[in-house]
Ligand binder design. Structure first.
Ligand code: GCW
Length: 682
């Protein structure tokens, strides 16, 4: 059980179309593996594994170029002078992690060469080439040059040292701290391989709600063992730094960043870590947020804290990813405004090796949020994106939701901060302000479940995150297409309807959970299922009622000028757009405006009727997903078919739960009948 699921998108099933297969078998008669590093060996092994299985042919591996129609794999420096010359102009076009795949003719013999400046680029090229074969694309006259557009492509694991995973819905943490460092679980290797296949080059092993113990020698030797496993796959290890660590494990009286003993403690700690792990990536820090310690505990600010840590890792090339997810109970006026208010004034004050990590929206990983106003608002500070791959507010690993739709909506948003076309993607890839340090983080949905992610389709979210981290301009439909083909089948009769189901699934969940800009109305604490009525928590901004503000007059959070004026944190063009109820996109309406139940929507419906119809639409869409899926049985293994079928059944029940709960609750305020077309809640 679970074998297919375990293999993720690296199934390497036999190519069933014989015409296509023969194109491949003619063009590839053997592999020439150049280079001796661990990474080169992995690259060649992967090709053998993939090609032998997909082409059903045992390819011979040689270490010298001879014959013809071979696949040559090796970094630029490992190629013979003739090949080097052939490829030189292409190699100049790529960066340190990029690759070239090119058909070359030497001595009248054709070869396909996969090369790069470094072995890891070659490895990425190998996965890209294999993906072409997996998706049955032509390999005639190949001439590809590709580089990742973002430097740091990182998974954030919210994994605790006791192996529980905060907001994890796929079992326990992969990291078996008790058995490390001597026991290397095969899963660590499989994890690294899967990540390398989509271009992930960093992993933060530990929860942002950090435990200082990870920085003690007893744990660092375990971290070192993991780093050794991941290194050949191009993956660097990062840790979360608990700001109060100097007190908790260092025996100091304070963790004040301006205290010289504290700064020295961190410097020594960095030295100690780099001695074990010379390519250690650096620290991710959650400070003065949700009760975590930070510089403000000592009357200092984020800049003081981040720069002190930055100075500790700078001599070794490390970075500090300082999170901007802050909000405080002392300013309950509008939580959405706080990160911008606290961080924007610090623009230009951080060290060069600090990057500020900003969640995609200003509240918290909701099914839909407008883009965070900090994107584009700090010209002199590198800003990195934090997406959540794990579905904290989107039905855990029970609901099928294809998140690249959400990711792309954010990346494609135009901030207007440097005029039209200043998209979030351009902030994140650094092109808008020529940022040298760029990054994107995804809060991982991986655990030790047999299928890694809980829901078989949640694998697509992991895959999609990696692909967008590599290239934020890819479109989500292409990614879905790739993933489906690599994971299940190339049969168009399967691909077409299932892809459409995936694409629609994001809007579906918005419809049955939080349509028209509603947000944070999930039941409190666990964030699963509806809870718009919750009003009794000690901090106002934890209560769903704070967010929807439903009353007899209407519903929605007024963040316009007549309200909290959060709209003023956006560039003037966007501010104007959001501020005016008539121009505000309807999908964000109740995020920015409190409108009456009789407010007329663009389709002529009253708000109450429109809202009710959205909830119904969401439910109907889940039914459609079920009927689409029920027709796919013959295209895949019974196991995965059945799993998804059962999960969709739960999703249907819970979409109904959402619809019924929200409509009955809001109806108390609207005082209106449900419109025609909306079934009576039961
Ligand atoms: O959304 C909240 C989550 C917390 C999380 C926090 C954060 C890790 O509910 O579980 O803590 O965000 O991002 O720091």
């Amino acid at each position: 059980w679970g074998q297919k699921d375990y293999k993720l998108w690296l199934q390497y099933d036999k190519i069933t179309n014989s015409q296509i297969r023969s194109e491949y078998t003619t063009a590839i008669t053997g592999i020439v593996g150049l280079g001796n590093s661990e990474t080169s060996k992995i690259a060649v092994k992967e090709l053998e594994l993939g090609l032998n299985s997909m082409l059903e042919k045992k390819l011979e591996v040689k270490s010298k170029l001879e014959g013809q129609n071979t696949l040559v794999v090796g970094a630029q420096s490992a190629l013979n002078p003739e090949l080097q010359k052939e490829l030189a102009s292409h190699i100049t076009q790529i960066n340190e992690e990029g690759f070239v795949i090119k058909l070359v003719i030497v001595d009248n013999a054709k070869h396909i060469v996969i090369t790069g400046k470094n072995d890891v680029g070659v490895l990425y090229g190998v996965y890209s080439f294999l993906r072409r074969i997996q998706t049955n694309k032509s390999i005639k006259n190949l001439e590809i040059t590709e580089s990742p557009k973002i430097n740091l492509r990182i998974l954030n694991h919210w994994d605790n040292l006791d192996r529980t995973v905060e907001r994890g819905y796929a079992g326990f943490s992969l990291w078996n701290w008790q058995k490390l460092p001597d026991f290397i679980d095969q899963r660590y290797i499989d994890y690294a391989r899967a990540n390398a296949s989509i271009g992930i080059n960093g992993t933060v092993l530990t929860n942002v709600n950090a435990n200082a113990l990870i920085l003690t020698p007893q744990y660092l030797e375990k971290v070192e063992a993991l780093a050794n496993v991941f290194r050949p796959y191009g993956i660097k290890v990062y840790l979360t730094a608990r700001f109060s660590a100097p007190v908790e494990i260092g025996g100091l009286k304070t963790a004040d960043p301006k205290d010289i003993a504290v700064a020295n403690w961190w410097k020594d700690k960095a030295k100690e870590i780099y001695k074990r792990i010379p390519d250690f990536g650096g620290f991710l820090v959650k400070a003065n947020s949700e009760g975590q310690p930070g510089p403000q505990n000592y009357g200092r600010n984020h800049v003081d804290g981040a720069n002190m840590l930055a100075d500790a890792v700078a001599p070794f090339g490390g970075v500090i990813m300082w999170r901007a997810f802050v909000y405080s109970e002392h300013d309950a006026n509008d939580r959405a405004k706080q990160a911008y208010a606290e961080f924007q004034p610090y623009d230009g004050k951080f060290r060069e090796n600090v990057i500020v990590q900003v969640k995609n929206g200003a509240i918290d990983f909701q099914p839909r949020e407008p883009f965070h106003p900090l994107f584009g608002a700090m010209q002199k500070t590198p800003i990195m994106m934090e997406f959540q791959i794990t579905q904290e507010y989107l039905g855990f690993s029970t609901h099928l939701v294809y998140l690249p739709q959400l990711f792309k909506e954010v990346l494609d948003s135009d901030t207007y901060q440097k005029g039209k076309g200043s998209t979030v993607a351009k902030v994140v890839d650094g092109s808008l302000y020529n940022a040298k340090l760029t990054g994107i983080a995804g809060v991982s949905n991986i655990g030790n479940d047999l299928n890694w992610t809980g829901h078989p389709f949640a694998q697509a979210n992991c895959y999609g995150f990696g692909r967008l981290a590599w290239n934020p301009y890819l479109d989500s439909e292409t990614i879905a297409d790739e993933w489906l083909k690599c994971t299940f089948s190339n049969d168009e009769n399967f691909i077409k309807p299932v892809k459409e189901m995936m694409i629609k699934s994001r809007e579906t969940v918005v419809n049955y959970m939080t349509p028209l800009g509603l947000h944070h109305i999930m039941d409190t604490g666990h964030h699963y299922g509806p809870g718009p009525w919750v009003a009794n928590l000690s901090r106002p901004e934890w209560n769903p009622v704070y967010y929807h503000k439903a009353d007899k007059n209407g519903i929605g959070f007024d963040r316009s000028k007549t309200g909290t004026n959060a709209t003023s944190q956006y560039a003037p063009e966007i501010e104007k757009l959001f501020d005016n109820v008539a121009t505000c996109p309807e999908k964000d309406l109740l995020w920015f405006h409190h409108v009456s139940w009789d407010y007329k929507l663009k389709n002529g419906q009253t708000l109450w009727n429109g809202l009710s119809l959205k909830y119904q639409e969401g439910l109907d869409q889940v039914k459609e997903m079920q009927s689409t899926w029920n027709k796919t049985e013959k295209y895949l293994d019974g196991e995965r078919f059945k799993e998804v079928q059962m999960l969709l059944e739960i999703q249907y029940k819970e979409a109904k739960w959402w619809r019924d709960a929200c409509l009955l609750y809001f109806q108390q305020y609207s005082g209106k009948e449900l419109p025609a077309g909306v079934e009576k809640p039961t």
